[in-house]
Design a protein around this ligand. Structure first.
Ligand SMILES: C[S@+](CC[C@H](N)C(=O)[O-])C[C@H]1O[C@@H](n2cnc3c(N)ncnc32)[C@H](O)[C@@H]1O
Length: 272
C-alpha cells in the first residue's frame, strides 16, 4: 500500500468511519471561512471533507502515496484544500494562526503534539483531535507524570470532550479513543512562560521537596510561603502536590513583577 510505511493493519492505523464523529470534531473546533486548519495524517479524508465544507483553508497532510492520490482526486477542484505530500512529524508549520482537526495515529500523536505545544509563542491556536483514550487521560491528568505534559497542560486547557467507542474506527482498535480539545489558556506571555518553565523544571526535578522550598529558589522565602498559601497549597506540601492550575497562577503573578528576572526557555523547545 505504501511507499514509505507498512500496511494500515501492521502499523496500527485505525480509520475513522463515523461521519458523525468527524462532523463533531469539526463543529467543536469552530473553524470557519477565515480559518487555516491542518488535518494531520488525512487518510481518505474523513475529516478533511467536513473541514472543507466549513469554507476553511485546509492543509491535508498525508505521507502514503496511495492516499495522497486519492485525496488529490477528491479535493483537486477544491480551491481551499491543499493536499500536502509529507510527514506530519516534519512538514513546515504555518507562520500564521492555525487550527488542527485530526484523527491522529498513535505512532505520530506524541510527536505532533510536541510540535504544537512545546514552542512558546507559536501561532498554533487550538485543536480537536481523535486519539487513543489512554493517551488522552495522560494529557489531562491533574498531576501530569512528566515535565513535558505539565508544560503543555499549564499553558493549554486540554480536555476529554467525549469518549469515542472503538467501533467508530476501522479496523477496530483494542481500546476506545477520545475526542480531545486543546485551547490556549488566557493571560500567558513570554515572561509568564519563562516563569512557568523555571518553576515546573524545578518542581519536576525534585518532586518530593517542599513546594515552598522549590519556589524559594526563585523568590525570597517569605514571599514563597505567602504565595503558596494564596493559591491554596498547604504548608509542608511536596512540589508534586501542587496542581498545574496552581503553578500557572503563581507564574502569572510573578510574570508581572518586573523586578524579577528569569532564565530564557531552552531553545530546544522552539524546534518544530
Ligand atoms: C489513523 S490516520 C487517520 C486518517 C483519517 N483522518 C481517518 O480517520 O480516516 C491514518 C492515516 O495516517 C497516515 N499517516 C501515518 N503516519 C503518518 C505520518 N507520519 N505523516 C503523515 N501521514 C501519516 C497513514 O498513511 C493513514 O492514511
Amino acid at each position: 500500500m505504501s511507499r514509505r510505511g507498512p500496511s494500515s493493519a501492521a502499523s496500527g492505523l485505525h480509520f475513522l468511519r463515523s461521519k458523525q464523529v468527524g462532523a463533531e470534531l469539526v463543529a467543536s473546533s469552530g473553524v470557519g471561512p477565515n480559518s487555516l486548519v491542518i488535518d494531520f495524517s488525512a487518510g481518505v479524508g474523513s475529516i478533511t471533507t467536513p473541514l472543507a465544507e466549513t469554507g476553511a483553508r485546509v492543509l491535508a497532510v498525508e505521507r502514503d502515496r496511495g492516499f495522497v492520490e486519492r485525496l488529490t482526486k477528491k479535493f483537486g477542484d477544491a480551491d481551499k484544500v491543499r493536499v500536502v505530500d509529507g510527514d506530519s512529524r516534519s512538514i513546515p508549520l504555518p507562520r500564521r494562526a492555525f487550527w488542527v482537526v485530526s484523527s491522529l495515529p498513535s505512532l505520530v500523536a506524541n510527536d505532533v503534539l510536541r510540535r504544537l505545544l512545546n514552542p512558546p509563542g507559536s501561532p498554533f491556536a487550538g485543536a480537536d483531535l481523535a486519539l487513543e483514550f489512554g493517551f488522552a487521560k495522560k494529557l489531562t491528568a491533574t498531576h501530569p507524570k512528566t515535565l513535558e505534559v505539565a508544560w503543555w497542560a499549564s499553558r493549554f486547557d486540554i480536555r476529554v470532550r467525549k469518549r469515542l467507542p472503538a467501533s467508530n474506527f476501522q479496523p477496530q482498535p483494542r481500546g476506545d479513543a477520545a475526542h480531545l480539545t486543546i485551547r490556549r489558556r488566557e493571560g500567558f506571555t513570554r515572561q509568564t512562560d519563562r516563569v512557568l518553565w523555571t518553576l515546573l523544571h524545578a518542581a519536576y526535578g525534585a518532586p518530593e521537596r517542599g513546594a515552598r522550598t522549590v519556589l524559594a529558589n526563585s523568590i525570597p522565602g517569605n514571599r514563597a510561603k505567602r504565595m503558596m498559601t494564596e493559591v491554596g497549597v498547604p504548608g509542608g506540601a511536596a512540589a508534586e502536590v501542587v496542581t498545574i492550575q496552581q503553578w500557572s497562577q503563581i507564574a502569572k503573578v510573578l510574570g508581572e513583577d518586573k523586578t524579577l528576572s528569569w532564565v530564557p526557555i531552552p531553545k530546544a523547545l522552539d524546534k518544530v
